[in-house]
Design a protein. Structure first.
Length: 413
């Protein structure tokens, strides 16, 4: 019973991270990768998950070892890094939140048809943003955590059932493991890996949620406990990414079907992949599962950016704790993101917004990775809490991986 009680006090930040990751990178990017290029990008997806892993894990490690967030650590290294993080966060906030929002709106409209029912073209937009603001305002961290645990069960079961049915039915196309990517395929790698499993600068969120969990429960977990809990959520998200690639490869690749460019049409396209495997009777079950994936991602992104900016602004003002509930910050994020969504919807291709946001995330990833690595060295967290030799080696490989692909992308523009 004691072990179960301790687990309940630790469980949460890793699940929130998984909810953040299992969204655009999985449902959109991974499915599209499989649909357009078969299994040829599977190795790159695995590499991105493996080589980025240390820098996300370091968020939970640092928070548990010090009781502080990575953002505090950036300031303690030098105030310049705090301001650099703030600039990066402000730039990416609206693009990332807007990108997740535009995809979520597509799945929400496909399930509820609010625009049609209310005869108002932006009914779904307002419903999504309004419901998330209300839930975060009323429930706080505990309410968010409980909601994500529930939605997580739905999305994992829905994805596994659909994949199993597709596997049982057999591939509908002839996707091989190593088809020719072509020039467009190589260029697609950067936005794909930019959010696989998610943006590296979002690693600060796992530290924020770990600290928030400690405040909520009054229980300060050991580094070993926090890292173990985080790893479960991380590798579940990596496993599901593989399933989404496989669904696209088995059901679409080589069939001549085009991947839609509008949010609503793309959501219908993804749901059809599942219902083709399971049967049309599963439409509402799959629609609910897909919407759960995106809704959980959107609400965690909204919460994560709000907490990250509140913490950054407080530290820049010389305070150690965030003041207030961040109502003003979250409304600015919501308004700016909604405006960006409306702008990109006028352009008619939601994937342009997705690729822009994911590319920005990938190009700033090397800097964040280096900072996170430096923060978990023995002189910062203590020898007993520092990563072992294998994690250090994996970190060097990860930094080389991120730097190499960034340089390659910049030189091929």
């Amino acid at each position: 019973m004691a072990n179960r009680g301790a687990l309940n006090k630790v469980l949460g930040p890793g699940i929130l991270f998984a909810a953040t990751a299992i969204g655009v990178s999985h449902l959109v990017q991974s499915t599209t990768a499989g649909a357009l290029y078969g299994f040829s990008m599977l190795g790159f997806i695995l590499a991105a998950n493996v080589f980025k892993f240390p820098f996300f894990e370091f968020g939970a490690r640092y928070a548990s070892a010090t009781g502080k967030t990575l953002i505090h650590g950036y300031k303690e290294m030098h105030v310049f890094w705090l301001y650099a993080y703030m600039v990066v966060t402000v730039i990416s906030t609206f693009f990332v939140t807007g990108t997740v929002g535009i995809v979520t709106i597509g799945f929400m409209e496909n399930l509820f048809h609010l625009n049609v029912l209310l005869n108002f073209p932006y009914a779904t937009h307002l419903a999504l943003f309004g419901s998330c603001l209300l839930l975060l305002g009323l429930g706080g961290f505990k309410g968010l955590e409980n909601l994500i645990k529930l939605l997580g069960i739905v999305l994992v079961i829905g994805t596994c059932v659909a994949f199993s049915a597709a596997l049982f039915q057999g591939p509908q196309t002839n996707a091989s493991l190593l088809p020719d990517l072509g020039e467009n395929g190589w260029l697609y790698l950067i936005p794909l890996m930019g959010w696989m499993p998610t943006a590296v600068d979002l690693s600060a969120w796992s530290s924020i949620w770990t600290v928030e969990k400690i405040k909520q429960t009054g229980y300060h977990p050991t580094v070993k406990e926090s890292v173990r809990e985080f790893r479960v959520g991380y590798w579940i998200s990596a496993f599901l990414a593989i399933l989404f690639v496989a669904m696209g490869a088995m059901m679409v690749y080589g069939s001549g079907r085009e991947v839609p460019t509008s949010g609503v049409d793309f959501s219908r396209f993804v749901i059809e992949l599942y219902t083709t495997s399971i049967g049309k009777w599963s439409f509402y079950f799959i629609s609910a599962a897909a919407f759960s994936i995106m809704f959980s991602t959107f609400i965690t992104v909204l919460d994560g950016y709000t907490r990250a900016l509140r913490t950054s602004f407080s530290l820049a003002a010389g305070k150690q704790e965030s003041q207030g509930k961040g109502t003003g910050v979250i409304f600015v994020i919501a308004a700016g993101s909604l405006g960006l969504i409306l702008l990109f919807q006028q352009l008619g291709d939601f994937r342009l917004m997705v690729n822009t946001a994911t590319t920005i995330s990938f190009l700033i990833a090397p800097l964040v990775a280096i900072l996170n690595y430096r923060l978990v060295m023995a002189d910062k967290v203590g020898r007993e809490n520092a990563p072992n030799d294998f994690m250090k080696f994996l970190s060097y490989c990860g930094i080389a991986f991120l730097v190499s692909f960034s340089i390659w992308f910049i030189t091929t523009l």
